[in-house]
Design a protein around this ligand. Structure first.
Ligand code: FAD
Length: 290
């Protein structure tokens, strides 16, 4: 089913997985996806790695199997730096053959050897996808704190508007740890006449090291409330991970109470994270009991 059709009916709940590295990526990913599907998400997204840290060739295959074997809607990520129109067209036609109706259209991070070929920015990819496959549901990324390369949040929001104008059907946010920043961003989007649904992406932090890395790679600010919890957790890896799940569940309950279009969990291939976030959202009434 097209994600835009689901978003038109209800607030959504979804997970992200990434193709594992190694020799058996599809089997591993399918075990994880099967366990996540037990929480009845509206969709499971599959990341695309053009940078060597993962297996981009597996994205389409895993998305197809999620659709076919886990009986769950799949959202295949697709980055366009370093890709030609022909690369994109063959990726999409394989998805269409396998019944995958949803793509998250991304530029990808800049890296040496990954120059713009036929596409410089996500909005160009979105326009191309809408032209070549009008029935495809196309999502795009957005950044409540502004993309790391953007000169200002206002300038970045103009580019989000360009993604909407190019045909994007919905947006998924970058992770953030301070909900107030998201609420301000949402108001700014309304002022900028961005009308497509904004699905909120939340990632439970797993350790002090991991959250520091996230802050540097995606520019997410770390509020004092998170720092205090990590100090209280001390050096114990289990306590740090538990603090991350608890904090994410509090964020999700607050977002649920504030009328978001959808909640997407960066579940880091961990079915335990999928279960914990699902249970928190059942408890607060965002999700019905099944
Ligand atoms: P763009 O929309 O092209 O934006 C990049 C920068 O250029 C921004 O600063 C923007 O303001 C500016 N800009 C945008 N359009 C224009 C324009 N027309 N002219 C001038 N400037 C412009 N990466 C992966 O490699 N694989 C993944 O699977 C993946 N999944 C992601 C999922 C989500 C929900 C998010 C939020 C990010 C994901 N990323 C992924 C990371 C993403 O590829 C990077 O953040 C990348 O640097 C930007 O991608 P974009 O699609 O937002 O690019």
């Amino acid at each position: 089913m097209r994600i835009s059709s689901i978003l038109a009916q209800r607030q959504t709940f979804s997970f992200e997985i990434f193709p594992p590295r190694g020799d058996l990526p599809i089997e591993q990913a399918m075990t994880i996806a099967g366990q996540m599907a037990e929480q009845h998400p509206d969709w499971i997204s599959v990341t695309f790695s053009a940078g060597g840290s993962g297996n981009s060739a597996a994205t389409g295959a895993i998305a197809a199997q999620i659709q076919r074997e886990a009986h769950t809607n799949a959202l295949a990520h697709l980055t366009c730096l370093g890709s030609t129109r022909t690369d994109v067209d063959s990726f999409v036609s394989e998805l269409e053959t396998n019944g995958v109706e949803n793509v998250l259209a991304l530029r990808g991070d800049r890296a040496p050897g990954r120059e713009a070929l036929d596409f410089a920015h996500a909005n160009e990819l979105i326009a191309h996808l809408k032209n070549m496959a009008p029935n495809l549901c196309v999502g795009a990324a957005c950044y409540p704190e502004g993309h790391v390369e953007a000169p200002s949040l206002a300038a970045d929001i103009e580019q989000i508007k360009a993604k909407q104008d190019s045909g994007a059907d919905f947006l998924v946010t970058q992770l953030f740890f301070d909900n107030e920043l998201f609420y301000r961003f949402r108001e700014a989007c309304v002022r900028a006449r961005i009308k497509i649904p904004i699905v909120v992406g939340i990632m439970p932090f797993t350790s002090t090291k991991q959250i520091q890395r996230m802050a540097f790679t995606c520019g997410a600010s770390i509020p004092a409330a998170v720092i205090k919890r990590l100090i209280a957790a001390g050096d114990d890896a289990g306590s740090q991970a538990r603090a991350g799940i608890e904090y994410a569940c509090e964020q999700l309950r607050d977002l649920a109470a504030n009328g978001v279009d959808g909640l997407h969990i960066y579940s880091m291939n961990k079915p335990s994270v999928a279960r914990a976030t699902h249970d928190a959202l059942v408890e607060c009434g965002y999700l019905g009991r099944i």
